[in-house]
Design a protein around this ligand. Sequence first.
Ligand SMILES: NC(=O)c1ccc[n+]([C@@H]2O[C@H](COP(=O)([O-])OP(=O)(O)OC[C@H]3O[C@@H](n4cnc5c(N)ncnc54)[C@H](O)[C@@H]3O)[C@@H](O)[C@H]2O)c1
Length: 261
Amino acid sequence: MAAAGARGPGEDAVNRIDLEGRVVVVTGGAQGIGLAVGRRVVASGGRVAVWDVNAAQAGAAAAELGAGSIALTVDVAEVASVAAAAAATEAAFGRIDGLVNSAGITGPVKPTVEYGAAEWARVVAVNLNGTFHCCRHVVPVMQKRDYGRIVNISSVAGKEGNPNIAAYSAAKAGVLGFTKSLGKELARTGIAVNAITPTTAKTAILDGLTPEFIDYMRVRIPRDRFVEVEEIAAMVVWLLSEENSFTTAATFDLSGGRTTY
Ligand SMILES: NC(=O)c1ccc[n+]([C@@H]2O[C@H](COP(=O)([O-])OP(=O)(O)OC[C@H]3O[C@@H](n4cnc5c(N)ncnc54)[C@H](O)[C@@H]3O)[C@@H](O)[C@H]2O)c1
């Protein structure tokens, strides 16, 4: 038998979430956390619009997801690209019920005094501005039906401020502030806006990090293991469901005990 806390979300551990008939946009949905969310959305009865800058992988992801899912090539840092994708998604499905902002990059790992202005700007452009652009263009579609669930993927770095990755930490903290602001703005409507702060999951995003930095994060997880993308998806799909009818402007922790606030 697996040790307590060591078990990942095996097939037998999956609860049925009701996303029947729902259309969910997943940015960064071509791989990693976004793809795991897409799989769980489809398993819950929903359809997915994969928005990703990687066209080939986005197409492969939508083909794998099936169930009427589509892929759009989108750079979330570009307003025009996001606006076009929102319009195309509404045209394809006639509605958008959910938005998961998972597109993200870490940027380089190095001391702040060595960071270039362009490197800093790109990390903020994708992680923070991208989240704004997608909400800015999807919320009006949700408002037409007075229904929506938005989940912004922040990071434990946004709460803790990991050293040598200041742009990412700052952008992810910005996502939390933005989530609180937009959630309160929309609190009297049918649209909920929440964020999650995962610890490290083994995805392609780690490829740009140093082994020393990955070790720095690993030893700080009281659960004593990385989080599985399926465990992140499990929390996200509940936040996407109609049953999440009250909580908004909140941050949900997925740090395995590291951040208890
Ligand atoms: N993996 C982790 O350890 C971890 C921990 C906490 C938070 N996160 C956050 O979770 C999110 C997903 O990360 P992941 O681990 O799945 O990474 P990943 O690299 O596996 O997937 C990220 C996806 O985002 C896409 N993307 C990158 N820039 C984009 C852009 N400008 N426009 C559209 N798409 C773009 C990539 O093509 C890729 O498909 C990110 O926001 C990341 O910061 C990851």
